[in-house]
Design a protein. Structure first.
Length: 247
């Protein structure tokens, strides 16, 4: 698919996928660093690492890889990603954040949600690049999303959802218009891109292998911070320039 078609699908549908974006050696490099973080061989903030609530010996998630490790920050600037992001949200880009989703065997689902209600950023027009480190299937917990749901605006996340002892919130299905979900199936090295208002979820991992994916969130550097000013991070510039009074 040519870049113009990617951009058109992002505007019209709220997502697109890019096949074989990264080589096996690039994916191997990412996974090697992750293995070393998991093994404690790399100094990484422990409070950024979450464990499976049903099996605390297994990693579930690592937050802010790019903020805390130069390898991941440099990878987040990879031009194969940035050229696509520029076409969707403009050339002046900052990194909002990122997460590695480990989804180990037996890993739990993530219920329906939008990203923007969790992100204190206006306008709600961020884009996420979700890189498949393993093949992603329905059986191992792929992402499911609702095309065009980014046109619905922010939806109240009013239903309680427990992740172990941690309380989270999700969107009740009754609050959604009629919809049809689609699975995002990816080969290792491929990536999907989605708008921060797309309604999406992921299933449980019913296989014996992990389903690892790295999500990197990008925003226009013209965006505004809407949270507590004292807790505003120092967002890193990825491309272009910064603007006074913006993030």
């Amino acid at each position: 698919m040519v870049m113009e078609n990617f951009v058109r699908q992002f505007k019209d549908e709220g997502y697109f996928t890019s096949l074989e974006l990264f080589s096996p050696s690039e994916i191997k490099s990412i996974c090697s660093i992750i293995d070393r973080i998991e093994a404690g061989e790399i100094d990484f903030p422990r409070h950024k690492i979450e464990h499976d609530p049903h099996n605390p010996s297994r990693l579930r998630k690592i937050n802010d890889l790019a903020e805390n490790d130069s390898f991941f920050f440099n990878f987040a600037k990879n031009q194969k990603i940035i050229e696509l992001v520029k076409k969707c949200i403009g050339k002046d880009i900052k990194l909002f954040g990122d997460q590695l989703f480990m989804k180990p065997p037996g890993g739990i689902e993530k219920t329906r949600h939008q990203d923007s209600p969790y992100f204190p950023i206006e306008p709600m027009e961020l884009i996420s690049c979700w890189i498949a480190l393993d093949n992603v299937t329905e059986q191992n917990g792929c992402m499911w999303l609702i095309p065009k749901s980014h046109f619905w605006g922010a939806i109240e996340h009013s239903e309680k959802w427990m992740v172990g002892t941690r309380e989270d919130m999700c969107i009740p299905e009754k609050n959604l218009p009629d919809f049809k979900e689609i699975p995002i199936l990816l080969k290792s090295g491929s990536a999907s891109f989605h708008h921060s208002l797309i309604v999406h979820r992921s299933g449980a991992n019913k296989t014996k292998q992990p389903r690892r994916g790295w999500a990197i969130h990008y925003m226009s550097s013209k965006s505004r911070w809407t949270g507590d000013i004292d807790s505003k991070p120092d967002f890193k510039l990825i491309n272009g320039k910064s603007f006074p009074g913006c993030v």
